[in-house]
Structure formats: C-alpha cells, structure tokens
Design a protein around this ligand. Structure first.
Ligand code: FES
Length: 167
C-alpha cells in the first residue's frame, strides 16, 4: 500500500472500508468486524486507518487502539513479503522450537512478530502444522521445513532470501 493512499481518506481502499462500515453500522459491536476488513484491505492497521475507523464509528481512538493491541491477529506494522511461521505446538516445542526462534530473531535482527527492515520476512509463530513427525518445523509461505535445528533454519531462510528477488 502506497503511503499516499494511506494518507488520503478519499482513496479507493478507504472508500471500500467506508462502504463496509455503512453496511455494518447497524450490527451490534461492529468494531472487530470493521477492523478485520480494514486489515484485509490495508494489510495492517496503522494509526491513520485506526483514526479513520474511530471517526466513522464515532468511537474514541483509545477504544480502537485498545482492541487492535489486545488481539494478536491485528497488526500495526506492515507484513513482510514472506512469512516465517515457526511451529510452537507441543512436539515442536519439546524438540527445541524456542532455540530456532531465538536464532532467527538474532540473524534477522527482529523480534517475534516483527518484520525485517527490507520487508522481506515477517517472523511469526503458529500451532501445529500437522507435521509433528518432522518436529521441529517451520513454514515459510506455504512450504513446511522439518527436522530443523537453528543452523538449518537459518540456512533455509538465507537460501530463500538469495533465491527470491526482492519485489
Ligand atoms: S507440533 Fe509442530 S507440527 Fe505438530
């Protein structure tokens, strides 16, 4: 999403959001639904979008902000082009998922949930991909990588980075 669009409440994404708000104004407690739609349209919920939603729904910004930060499926930062989901399900946890996360956090210079400065990767976590026999696992985009250790996880991430041209 271009910054210009984000700053212009007359742009197409805001108009789409406004239509959704109009259609859902009578629904009880529309805030969460509206935020879901806003995140779908914009990819994340920066302050500009939160302010727009607050204004349109006649709510204080603090209420919108409170909901956005309470639920971990709402994001206030843009996502990277590629999502690394490290499995934190029981089998993966027992087999050292947290070591893999620590190592990726270090090599990518981000914290869990964060996005690299070049917006290439977002580091995220998930619960069980149904590949417990391959624990510990991570999924990058739609591909599962198993029997990991910190070194192997980093190698895979570096290979992906060097094989996919940056958009
Ligand atoms: S616990 Fe990680 S794939 Fe099942």
């Amino acid at each position: 999403m271009e910054m210009q669009q984000l700053k212009n409440p007359d742009s197409a994404p805001y108009r789409e959001l406004q239509q959704f708000i109009e259609a859902n104004r009578q629904v009880a407690g529309p805030l969460i639904q509206v935020l879901h739609r806003a995140q779908k349209i914009f990819g994340y919920l920066p302050e500009e979008v939160q302010k727009f939603v607050a204004r349109e729904l006649n709510l204080p910004l603090s209420k919108v902000y409170g909901v956005v930060t309470f639920y971990n499926f709402f994001r206030t930062e843009p996502m990277g082009d590629h999502i690394i989901n490290v499995c934190l399900g029981t089998a993966c946890h027992v087999k050292g998922a947290s070591e893999i996360i620590k190592s990726l956090e270090k090599s990518l210079a981000i914290k869990m949930g964060g996005t690299t400065a070049d917006r290439f990767f977002t580091l995220s976590s998930a619960r069980c991909f149904g590949a417990c026999g391959l624990a510990p696992c991570m999924m990058i985009d739609n591909e599962v990588y198993g029997r990991l250790n910190p070194t192997k996880a980093n190698q895979i991430v570096q290979e992906i980075k060097s094989n996919i041209p940056t958009a």
